[in-house]
Ligand binder design. Structure first.
Ligand code: M6R
Length: 595
């Protein structure tokens, strides 16, 4: 998705904007640009990576204020002309925008009729023209009037030649202001400014901010509002590669620590009481778990856990589908799971749920994110900043939160619970064993690398693990991978099995074991090569499968943790051998802020 940044202060804006933009690359983009104000406005943009844009800039660009953008194309192909910033007719106003203007066609027609000429195919270009139309000496006022005519979602920064400040505004798209010392920053994501400041203000929907080097003024419908200043606890060091070839590998290797930190926080610190999730009754009544993508797979695992330990049914929904259901949505409690806290489908579902009077708990990784502010209760995961587009450590941290919820309110007796907590505390060591055993996984990646199609199968609590393994492989290696409930292959998909379609089977030591063995035999009978994930000590599966990846023994409910980590590595090494851009896969974005 698009990313936006702004700077105003005493330093040269160009290099700062480019550095901030480089931290937004993981959002996914196809073109980028900056505009710098040094008397006149100068715009540099193209359908290239940030580094390439930097290399083509003329030396010595002057200007101590500027705005920048990474574009993920929605309206119009990736090209120089469609890249942001976009300007008005007179070349005095420039705008960067994240979001979608739904009524841009109508506005464009109207403005064209009034003499404005457009050069791009974008929805964004109407904004600088609207601001130009309404400008009468007060930029913030012109922006406010312009935005009154706009239907859609936006986070924007507007800069005008000769005006002392940048104007920022948001609706349904995140925007923060970074507070510096005689300089200020604006960005769609906190990491973009962390090299310069850890003090931020989160703008709310309909806020308009006027940002100068020394001051930040926020208004809402013309009246001034005070927005709290937050101190961000992540450092940029947390977000650097730290010697690993890719963020994804670093983040996979951080998982023992993430599990330890999460357990520590939930188990020992102040959150060890019911304060964390709030009163248990609503969770044990009718509950809905809602999320997208990898977080949805965590929700699916949560369903197994909670049903097992609470003994009550739990519903899971894809947020993107939930928003189009007409049925009565009343449930006693909804939990939304979202790493970024900015996924548009999730936020839309949250609005719908709160509108229906349902209390919503958000499990999120990003403090101050929109989901964290919309929810009645927030449980933070302790993954730290996740830069790679492929979610890894945030998924494992989400599982930890769900394990904790399940254990906190389960109806199991205390000794059984203590036993599970003890096993949960052994997980960092078990995950470390998986990481240390990567030579076998590397070898399996070598077996997968030449195929075009794969299937991942699992049963019970490991069915979502198979789906997650498939998602990881497809998104970073571009190999077609489908995650299946193992028992479902025979209901149609068997037609695709054969020597050209390997199957990765996740075999757990639980009541699904025998059925998985039968499934593997059936797959082998159709000549598909099988890579099986098995628990240490299993002698049987090795006789059926072509290759075996062994993971440490755990209680069955924790098997998704070790199995997922092994599949993350499998995807990583496969993508690496295929030479894919692992951290920034094509067409994808870290937080999907459009629906
Ligand atoms: O930030 P969220 O957890 O709400 O993101 C949801 C999905 O977009 C995300 O999990 C996506 O599937 C992963 N990045 C894929 O690895």
């Amino acid at each position: 998705m698009c990313g936006i940044v702004g700077y105003i202060g005493e330093k040269q804006a160009g290099p700062i904007l480019l550095n901030c933009l480089s931290w937004l690359e993981c959002r996914g983009y196809d073109s980028c640009g900056i505009a710098v104000a040094g008397g006149d406005l100068t715009v540099y943009k193209n359908a290239v990576r940030v580094k390439a844009l930097e290399e083509t800039l003329p030396p010595g660009i002057k200007g101590t204020a500027g705005i920048g953008h990474t574009r993920w194309a929605t309206h119009g192909e990736p090209s120089q002309v469609n890249a942001h910033p976009h300007g008005d007719c007179a070349g005095k106003i420039v705008v960067v925008h994240n979001g979608v203007i739904n009524n841009f066609q109508k506005l464009r027609q109207q403005l064209s009729g009034e003499g404005h000429s457009f050069i791009s195919e974008t929805d964004t270009e109407v904004i600088p023209h609207l601001v130009e139309k309404y400008y009468d000496g007060d930029l913030a006022k012109a922006v406010a009037i312009a935005l009154d005519e706009v239907v859609g979602s936006y986070a924007i920064i507007v800069m005008m030649a000769g005006e002392p400040g940048l104007v920022a505004a948001r609706k349904d798209s995140p925007l923060i202001i970074g507070i510096g010392d005689r300089e200020n920053y604006i960005a769609s994501d906190v990491p973009a400014v962390l090299d310069y400041t850890n003090r931020v203000i989160y703008l709310e929907d309909d806020d308009i901010g006027v940002i100068t080097a020394d001051d930040v003024k926020v208004t809402r419908q013309g009246a001034g509002v005070d927005r709290k200043r937050h101190r961000i606890l992540w450092s940029m060091e947390d977000a650097r590669k730290g010697g690993y070839g890719h963020f994804m590998l670093k983040e996979i290797h951080e998982q023992p620590k993430v599990i330890r930190d999460t357990i520590q926080a939930y188990l020992l610190a102040e959150e060890s009481t019911e304060d964390l999730f709030g009163p248990g009754d609503t969770y044990r009544a009718s509950m809905l778990l809602l999320a997208c993508g990898t977080s949805y797979h965590a929700a699916m695992i949560g369903k197994y856990l909670l049903e097992e330990l609470f003994g009550t049914p739990v519903r899971t929904e894809l947020a993107s589908e939930f928003n189009y259901h007409g049925y009565n949505i009343a449930v006693d409690r909804a939990i939304v799971i979202t790493q970024s806290g900015e996924t548009a489908d999730v936020l839309k579902a949250m609005k719908r749920l709160t509108g229906a009077g349902c209390p919503v708990t958000a499990i999120t990784n990003v403090m101050g994110s929109t989901a964290s502010r919309m929810a009645q209760r927030v449980v933070y995961t302790r993954a730290g900043p996740e830069i790679s587009v492929a979610a890894t450590k945030s998924f494992i941290a989400q599982l930890m939160a769900l394990y904790w919820l399940a254990l906190l309110y389960s109806k199991i007796d205390i000794s059984q619970r203590d036993n599970l907590v003890t096993k949960m505390r052994q997980l960092p060591g078990k995950v470390q064993q998986v990481l240390d055993n990567d030579a076998v996984i590397l070898k399996c990646a070598g077996q997968l690398v030449g195929y075009d199609h794969t299937f991942f199968v699992g049963r019970g609590i490991n069915f979502p693990v198979a789906m997650e393994g498939a998602l990881k492989l497809k998104e970073i290696s571009y190999i077609h991978a489908e995650g299946y409930a193992a028992g479902e292959l025979k209901h149609g998909t068997f037609a695709l099995l054969g020597r050209e379609a390997p199957v990765v089977a996740v075999v757990a030591q639980d009541d699904t074991y025998e059925a998985m063995l039968t499934g593997i035999k059936e797959i082998k009978a159709r000549h598909s090569p099988v890579i099986a994930l098995v628990a240490e000590g299993d002698e049987t599966v090795g006789e059926l499968a072509d290759t075996v990846i062994t993971v440490p023994q755990t209680d069955a409910i924790f098997s998704p943790v070790v199995n997922t980590v092994a599949l993350q590595l499998l995807a990583y090494y496969t993508a690496k051998q295929r030479g894919c851009p692992i951290d920034f896969p094509r067409n994808l974005a870290k937080s999907v802020t459009v629906d």
